[in-house]
Design a protein around this ligand. Sequence first.
Ligand code: UFG
Length: 363
Amino acid sequence: MNILVAGGAGFIGSHTMVELLNAGYNVICVDNLYNSSNEAINRVEKITSKKVKFYLCDLIYIDKLNQIFLQEKIDAVIMFAGYKAVGESSTKPLEYYYNNLLSIMNMIEVMRKHNCKNLIFSSSATVYGQNVSVPITEDSYVGDLKNITNPYGRTKLMIEQILYDVANSDKDFKMIILRYFNPVGAHDSGLIGEDPKGIPNNLMPYIAQVAVGKRSELHIFGNDYNTKDGTGVRDYIHVVDLSIGHILSLNIFFNSDKKYTADGINNNIYIYNLGTGIGYSVLDVKNAYEKVANIKIPYVFDDRRLGDIDELYCSPHKAKNELNWVAKRDLFDMCETSYNFQKNNPKGYDDMNNHNIVFAERK
Ligand code: UFG
């Protein structure tokens, strides 16, 4: 089976490519390397001792994407590609709508043209909006764009709607929507992990950079939330567990004797939360990191960050019951692997080793 991984050089994409290769799938990676590194692909190959076929391609160019589908027989697509910085999306809304929406629409159009009708889409807990009660089940979805605090989140919800409409119009098109909670951690090898460009927006990579002395102190955004210690509570999920969730989801396409709960007019859309179901506060994460790294993480309390909410954690039961997916790695594993990657790669990926890029020519 050939799986096209769009955005495969990124954080979650690279870890998923490892699990796909280990499970015996062939991997075709498509990435524009805008926010990712081809060194990640080299390292995926090193971890697995298997080859990834890589196309440097921006999904906004439909002709290039079409060319790749002409060259490869694709059985399913996993769509990670997209802009993902919450804060940046408020200052560059048009870029987010243009890139994220056009990329998925081009992907679907090309898939249809080549009769490839199996798509897994990376969605986010952000689609549940601000006024949701915890634990969040897949049914908690309210679908109100005004309830989401930033353009990035709105692109995720809009894309979910597009997938519904396409699935409703074409009974053969199977769509799986995976709603991620807070992916963190790194591969056990310490070879691949999260390598944000510039100042990290998210908690765990920020702590990692404080831990290795790259940043002086952690800024905790708010200590007056309605939570056990006043800091925000989230459902952190180890990126390897998250990646395995994608491999198990592929069974919906390729091993359909089991019963999966489907949605939509044609019963061809499947939605799962991927989180542990456990909420940890910012202080919990900081304390766990200090323990595994055996260092002090200096911190200060700052004002609340705009758009943040008290707590967000899921009910992972549907994924457990139907996909047979259980998150096995705990908060200490998340911190330990994050620290290991950061120590091994204090400056992130070294882009000196150029991967053998196959360019998709425009016709
Ligand atoms: N936080 C800090 N200091 C930091 C960064 C974060 O205190 O430097 C706090 C936040 O206020 C929040 C918690 O740590 O309480 C987690 O924040 P993150 O930025 O790591 O994650 P978010 O929950 O805000 O958002 C993440 C992804 C989104 C996704 C969302 C879904 O960035 O893409 O999870 O839950 F939509």
